[in-house]
Design a protein around this ligand. Structure first.
Ligand SMILES: [Zn+2]
Length: 243
């Protein structure tokens, strides 16, 4: 049941014919783990909180820095040196006090991911480094938990829903990828576009639609072009491959 306040707060989506009270109750009863409260985690957590996803768990180990603020809209100038977890908690609780917002100042790794991910309906990968994506991948394969994956680089971003063995895994996408550890160039609005798409896909998944399953959406902000392509498992993948 939705309270009178909830009926009002979510009115504009409750009157969406394909969403309605049924969709609202589904997301109200959902638990979502968002790993990363940066450029992608901002729009993801903003829109999931605003939409009324009942329980958000957000993990990030970093503190807010001035150079984050071109893209990390969860945080403001007054939050510099504050943990992103605390800053996210304040921003999101203010936006929607009727949901549960749980934040943790922690680096998610193999030893602790189960603590935060146990019982969640979906994980949203808002990370900025490949090794941590493999932590999520291992947990996802072990437990069957779906992951809304996204990444941004310069003018481009990509998005897909990973749920091995029904889809490719992170290793199918990133096998052999190397990182130089330098800050990646990025325009904040690109993180905004891709993070917003991640929030949409998360809501789609929670309400029974898997728009990006075995599809990869690629966006180039330089040319303003979207490409949606089929995504296939790598049969030679050392993690999920058949061999
Ligand atoms: Zn794989």
């Amino acid at each position: 049941m939705l309270s009178e306040k909830e009926q009002t707060r979510y009115l504009r989506q409750l009157i969406l014919p394909e969403f309605g009270e049924e969709g609202q109750l589904k997301i109200k009863n959902s638990k979502v783990l968002i790993i990363g409260a940066g450029g992608l985690g901002g729009p993801v957590s903003y829109y999931l909180a605003a939409a009324g996803v009942g329980h958000l768990i957000i993990c990030d180990r970093d503190k807010v820095e001035l150079s984050n603020l071109n893209r990390q809209i969860l945080h403001g100038t007054n939050d510099i040196d504050v943990s992103k977890a605390d800053s996210a908690h304040e921003t999101l609780s203010n936006l929607n006090p009727s949901i549960t917002v749980e934040t943790h100042e922690v680096a998610v790794d193999d030893s602790n991911i189960a603590k935060y991910a146990e019982g969640v309906d979906v994980i949203v990968d808002c990370l900025d480094n490949v090794p941590s994506r493999f932590v999520i991948n291992r947990y996802s394969i072990e437990t069957g938990t779906a992951v809304v994956h996204a990444g941004i680089d310069c003018w481009t971003g990509q998005l897909t829903l990973l749920n091995p063995p029904h889809t490719p895994c992170v290793n199918c996408l990133f096998d052999g990828a190397e990182e130089d550890g330098k800050p990646k160039p990025v325009l904040g609005a690109v993180a905004g576009v891709i993070g917003t798409m991640q929030a949409l896909e998360t809501i789609n998944y929670l309400t029974g639609r898997e728009t990006f399953k075995n599809k990869l959406m690629f966006f180039d902000a330089h040319t303003m072009e979207w490409v949606k392509m089929d995504l296939h498992k790598n049969p030679d993948c050392s993690i999920c491959g058949e061999k």
